[in-house]
Design a protein around this ligand. Sequence first.
Ligand code: ADP
Length: 505
Amino acid sequence: MSKLRNEKNGNRSFFSLKAKWSIGTGIGVLVIFAVFSVMLFQSFSSLLMNQEKQYAEDSLRTAIGKLADNEGELTKQDVVKSLSLKITPSDNQNLYTNSVYTSLTRENIGISVYNLSGDLVFASRNVPVKFSSGSYQESRLAKDKNGRSIYVLSHSVYSKTTHQTIGYVQVTNSLISYDRTRQRLVIIFLVFGLTAAFALALLAYGLSSWLLRPVDDIHDVIGKITQGDESEALANVRVPEYNYKDELVELGEMFNGMLDRMERYVEQQQQFVEDVSHELRTPVAIIQGHLEMLNRWGKDDPKVLDNSIKASLQEINRMKSLVQEMLDLSRAEQVEIQFANEVTDVKEVGMLVYSNFKMIHPEFTFVMDCDLKEATKVQIYRNHLEQILIILMDNAVKYSTNRPEVHMSLAKTSRYAQIVVQDFGEGISQENASKIFDRFYRVDKARSRDKGGNGLGLAIAHRLIEGYHGKMTVESVLGQGSVFRISLPLIREEEKVIEESERSL
Ligand code: ADP
């Protein structure tokens, strides 16, 4: 498939719809996920930070509460006593076993106590940040020597009894677990985001490949038709059918329908060319035969000469009428566009054709049954309606047998004008009745030819009626006669009124 695409587009490379779809989906998911992740990350971080601050504040509050019992400036002994710390000889600063303090000092939290001059008198752990504040209280974010973030909280200690400042306490909360949790979060979000984007891009690719199958099939079909033998491909290649329905499947079905119609047109075209050459072959062969005969010996015999010239002229006339009828047929295909505004009175044309036939064929009985009291307008070019009625009346006369009688009737319903031509002649079998509107179709070729018929009359009439959005049908019983019915849509009332008012001006 992609090979075909590349071949046909030469060196032009492009992203397939599926690739665009999947990349788009992947990027979309990534962006949405990133936005949510950042928001989640921010709120989670601030939650964690608040928690860390809370730990530090709790520790500070407890330490200050205990140290405030002293009266003078804080010394190491005061602090140890206040916090109930037990100092072992080996470690004079860091070891402590006090239950209160143990519960206070979490792994990350360090508490250091300073006297009024800012000198360290006690530290629970190594002090990661130098005490710098002599102010009443301070909270800040600092970095230790390894570059790790540390939350620093310091506060003065007031004696409960003297209400004087007796020292300072500094609580440091090294944010290792906070940083570690944040790093983990970043990794989780990244892994999840990328996996989700990749998985959804894959899913989108699979889904689009599945959904776009009809488009691929249409693409293949067009490729096959344009590459190979067009008419053969047109007959054999179709978009496969699917057992589900959606817009693209429907598109494939419509495309198949279009190919079917194209195939029919091409066939009709080929058939037409075949029919025409076949029809022309007989008169040409007859004329050729006569001319050869004259060329060999006939020109000296006035009788033969006369016969041959008459026969040749007759065939030339047939060819002339054949060419004219073919032209009429081809023009009949375009009436919708060319004669869209023509309006004709059915009654007037019907009566005219009827009286003409009455005059030309005095041996026939013509009966007119006209239900139309006033002019009945239909949208058709006048000469076309006349031509159609002449074809039907002419056939009725031609194919009448021992009852030389033709009936014409004119009527209308609420929407249609109806014209019926009935004869009592040889009739048409059921099988043939469905074919007589085809080009060049004649029930009895030889007899029809004798009567001057080319088998195009009904095809022309039928095509014209269809072109004017009408209908033409036949009912016939072999040996008893035929009834041809035409119905043409009436011009709408308001249009009639407009037309009449224009005429009265
Ligand atoms: P043609 O020029 O041969 O009459 P048409 O297209 O007018 O061609 O008619 C096609 C065929 O239909 C005729 O050859 C004839 O066999 C049959 N046909 C047409 N009209 C009638 C009719 N009124 N009665 C019997 N057969 C008819």
